[in-house]
Ligand binder design. Structure first.
Ligand code: MN
Length: 241
């Protein structure tokens, strides 16, 4: 199976042991044979800093390390949940951290990769908090707190974010079509892959008269969602099939 695999939005959490096992099986049964694995954000429900070496997060770090030690190139992008991934995480897992967005050459086709939340421009509140949380100052202040305090705050942010999501109309939570077109033009691509919205699909459309594709990765629950890409094209599959 010579394919490049893309996943996102697993929201791994130690209190979801079945999801943890599903992810571990995916790594050994599919990712181990891949040409490369790309994780486009929200691998974890929360990531409070690369110094978090509790066993519940360490198990995932070790599994990723095993994969990269097997020689599978591993690329990880921050999501809006795990935006504190930094060099320590890369060193521990052997992954390469990708900036959001990044252009890669996917079997000859320039492809823009991003988590996807930056495209949800209709969700003003999310964009405001995104700007704040990604600022150097906020990150430095947060990371200076003791680990226990950070874990506690992460729980608080999560329930706040759940409330916000519950109050939002469906359409606002999806990507803004104009933001998609603008970004594709800016990077000169006709293909993009992102996650975040939990609305897996391959959208084909015309961008300035040229055929274009926006591929949306799915989230993981009882089953996983994996994008397989090779010379022939891309296909969304469930794991296990
Ligand atoms: Mn997300």
């Amino acid at each position: 199976m010579a394919a490049t695999l893309f996943i996102s939005d697993l929201h791994l959490d130690a209190c979801l042991p079945e999801l943890s096992r599903l992810f571990e099986r995916f790594l050994t049964e599919q990712a181990a044979q891949a040409e490369a694995l790309y994780i486009l954000g929200d691998l974890f429900e929360a990531w409070v800093g690369d110094d978090d070496e509790r066993p519940e997060t360490g198990q995932f770090v070790r599994q990723l390390r095993r994969l990269s030690d097997q020689g599978v190139p591993l690329y990880v992008m921050q999501g809006n949940r795990d935006f504190l991934f930094a060099d320590g995480f890369a060193a521990r897992t052997g992954c390469q951290l990708l900036p959001d967005p990044s252009v890669i050459d996917l079997y000859g086709r320039p492809t823009l990769l991003l988590h996807g939340d930056s495209l949800c421009t209709d969700d003003i509140k999310h964009q405001e908090s995104r700007k704040l949380l990604r600022s150097r100052k906020w990150k430095d202040d947060f990371l200076a707190l003791p680990l226990d305090k950070r874990i506690e705050l992460a729980h608080e942010y999560r329930s706040m974010s759940r409330e916000h999501l519950r109050d939002q109309p469906e359409a606002i939570m999806d990507v803004n079509a104009q933001a998609v077109a603008e970004l594709m033009r800016k990077y000169g691509v006709t293909q993009m892959i992102h996650g975040h919205t939990h609305r897996p699909a391959i959208h084909s459309f015309k961008l300035d008269g040229v055929p274009a594709q926006r591929i949306v990765l799915g989230d993981w629950n009882e089953v996983g969602s994996v994008l397989f890409c090779d010379e022939k094209g891309c296909e969304l599959r469930q794991f296990p099939a």
